[in-house]
Ligand binder design. Structure first.
Ligand code: SF4
Length: 390
């Protein structure tokens, strides 16, 4: 395992320097700018009413604003692929992914299928951009589900689809076009404000295009810079939206990814517990060990989680009782927040400084780490730095 800091695979919260302090200032202030921008957006207020009227579980207006932006960003990134693909094949693929958790054989077969689909039918691209309307938005939803990478996001966007279906065609198209215009502004502005943290993404995609062909993580590892920025702002918004409910939970747990261990899988002495592993403190230089000791003082349990998809298990916990601090790389933040909520957890998240796990990003793995003060602030239930500035 290589040392952290020697190589930036895609993103780095240190930007061009060695500290993450400016990242947190930058992302907080850009999130404020984004919130200002959508303050007058009527669709968000109307969506709020729709959720209440249909008695759906409410989240938070700021999260709805994020979802409105997500519609536009995902259309701009995947729209041309979505309208080029077959809706029937898309439906078939998305129904197959549900069988993945049945057995190791099913998992490996479905991963192979996902790799083939990601390189063939899902990669087909219309040359010219189509104009978004409700029908095209439906195709986008189909593509996102068929990719196997946007399970949580598409569940939320289906609610937006239903909300838009209840409007006249002109009204719904107008709202979708506004979401796309917002995304166009976001793409340009986020690059100015957060672009210094994602400088290697384009080069990574270019250099790994051939290697990722037929791989099940092709779509995931080829995600664009604007999607990193979307997740960065999304994490800020979700941390603020869920802060109070997290603070009110009786029990708190911290989930860490395996790429944070200072030793290889064979040398690490962690022992299996439930869906994860408990650190056995075999190295004082390992950040997992430091976090486990720190969390103990707050009465929090720390688990090392082998894969983001299994982090929360499959069973719901009693609503509002368990708070989770999920540590993850940028691209998993929004989906992780939704998944935690779906299973009854109250989430907060801390970003890994960089991506580096062996499953996705690096042939031998790069050790990752986090800002311990950030985690401490959350465990202390202190206002986050972002809140102090807003
Ligand atoms: S300190 Fe803990 S997580 Fe780190 S290598 Fe040892 S047992 Fe594994």
């Amino acid at each position: 395992m290589s040392d952290m800091g020697t190589e930036t695979v895609t993103y780095s919260l240190c930007g061009n320097g060695t500290e993450t302090a400016s990242y947190y200032v930058d992302v907080a202030s850009f999130t404020v700018e984004f919130m200002e921008r959508i303050r007058e957006e009527k669709s968000i207020e109307e969506f709020n009413y729709y959720i209440a009227e249909k008695e759906l579980e409410p989240i938070d207006s700021a999260v709805y604003g994020l979802e409105f932006l997500m519609i536009g960003v995902l259309w701009r990134v995947y729209g041309r692929r979505a309208v080029a693909g077959s809706m029937y094949v898309g439906k078939l693929l998305s129904s197959v992914y549900g069988l993945r958790s049945r057995s190791a054989i099913a998992r490996s077969a479905i991963d192979r299928l996902k790799g083939i689909a990601g390189t063939t039918i899902l990669a087909r691209n219309r040359k010219h951009e189509s104009t978004i309307d409700l029908k095209q938005f439906g195709r986008l939803l189909g593509w996102l589900r068929a990719s196997g990478e946007f399970e949580q996001e598409s569940k939320r966007l289906v609610i937006w689809f239903d909300f838009l279906t209840a409007r006249t065609p002109g009204e719904s198209q107008n709202k979708l076009l506004r979401a796309v215009r917002l995304a166009s502004w976001f793409e340009q502005r986020s690059e100015e404000r957060l672009g210094c943290y994602t400088l290697r993404v384009d080069a990574y995609i270019e250099n790994n295009r051939e290697r990722l062909k037929w791989k099940e993580n092709r779509v995931f590892c080829s995600r664009e810079r604007v999607e990193y920025h979307l997740n960065m702002v999304g994490a800020e918004i979700m941390n603020r939206a869920f802060h109070d409910s997290f603070a009110a939970t009786k029990e708190k747990r911290v989930f860490l990814p395996v790429c944070m261990r200072s030793k290889s899988g064979e040398a690490c002495k962690a022992v299996k517990e439930g869906e994860g592993y408990l650190c056995k403190s075999c190295s004082k230089y390992c950040q997992v060990n430091m976090i486990t000791a720190m969390a103990k003082e707050y009465g929090c349990k720390v688990l090392i989680i082998p894969h983001a998809s299994t982090a929360f298990g499959h069973h719901r916990v009693r609503e509002g009782e368990v708070g989770i601090v999920g540590v993850a790389c940028v691209l998993n933040l929004i989906s992780g927040g939704y998944k935690a909520r779906e299973l009854g957890y109250q989430p907060q998240c801390v970003l890994l400084h960089n991506s580096g796990c062996i499953q996705h990003w690096h042939p031998t793995g790069i050790k990752t780490s986090i800002d311990l003060d950030r985690l401490k602030d959350i465990m202390n239930m202190l206002p986050l730095q972002a809140d102090k500035q807003i």
